[in-house]
Write a protein that binds this ligand. Structure first.
Ligand SMILES: [Zn+2]
Length: 253
């Protein structure tokens, strides 16, 4: 299909050739999400954001891909002086190519992670920004519930949130809250086969690769999934929605 959108890519970890392969497979827009594993200082994240907004935007453009960037503090890379990053986020949200905050959220779910998430959601709410939320591989229903509880407590608009790495275990929680499910395709999570068998339940979602170097990853997981769904009788209308139009409408891109 035309104009695939990959809604969650840790683009600073993606080689130039990865962008080329994605372009050849039909990806035309992507969301670059922040993640600097083990960041110790606010400046580390500022440099990370800067690199995405310069080098990564340029490399994507050279491959015919429009890159939009989400900035924020990932729970696996929260600096000691994280409040300094919070203070800077509103100015980033005014920059060209920045479409929101992400990837943010709870990984272990401890008090500090909850504080960092809450402060970022407050910024998003005040700025009217969209957010991309991480759900970890373990204690998923509990962490999803806690995330929703924090968002609801500060009055965050559910329709401004992508809750990512959705699966059958949490799709009802996400739908009931009114957020957009992020559909990360990988071997140990939502597979193309599982998605095909439950396509209707995931029809509000946005496909992504969540490409990073944290675990085995496939930068082509979105186009491969589109092809698998197309060849195995998936509804063309739903395929187009989850691979392109839901993300374009939700993010205004
Ligand atoms: Zn991610």
């Amino acid at each position: 299909m035309e104009g695939i959108v990959d809604s969650h890519v840790h683009v600073s970890l993606l080689p130039f050739e990865g962008l080329e392969s994605m372009s050849l497979a039909g990806v035309r827009k992507m969301i670059g999400c922040s993640l600097f594993f083990g960041a110790k200082h606010a400046e580390t994240l500022f440099d990370h954001f800067h690199q995405m907004l310069t080098l990564s935007v340029s490399n994507a453009s050279q491959n015919g891909i429009k890159l939009f960037v989400a900035v924020g503090i990932h729970p696996m890379g929260t600096p000691e002086d994280w409040p300094r990053v919070i203070d800077a986020l509103p100015s980033y949200l005014e920059m060209k190519d920045v479409i929101g905050l992400g990837e943010i959220g709870l990984h272990e779910g401890n008090r500090r992670e909850q504080d960092v998430l809450r402060e970022q959601l407050k910024v998003a709410k005040e700025c009217g920004a969209t957010v991309i939320i991480h759900i970890p591989p373990q204690r998923r229903t509990e962490i999803t519930g806690k995330t929703i509880e924090i968002a609801a407590a500060i009055g965050m608009e559910p329709g401004k949130m992508i809750i990512d790495h959705a699966g059958l275990d949490i799709i009802d929680l996400i739908d009931d809250f009114g957020a957009i499910p992020g559909l990360t395709i990988r071997q140990d999570g939502l597979t193309p086969h599982l998605l095909l068998n439950h396509l209707e339940r995931f029809r509000r979602g946005v496909l992504n690769s969540d490409y990073s170097n944290l675990k085995p990853c496939d930068p082509l997981s979105v186009p491969r999934t589109v092809r698998y769904l197309e060849l195995n009788g998936g509804s063309p209308e739903i395929i187009a929605r989850i691979a392109r139009y839901n993300a374009e409408e939700f993010l205004g891109i």
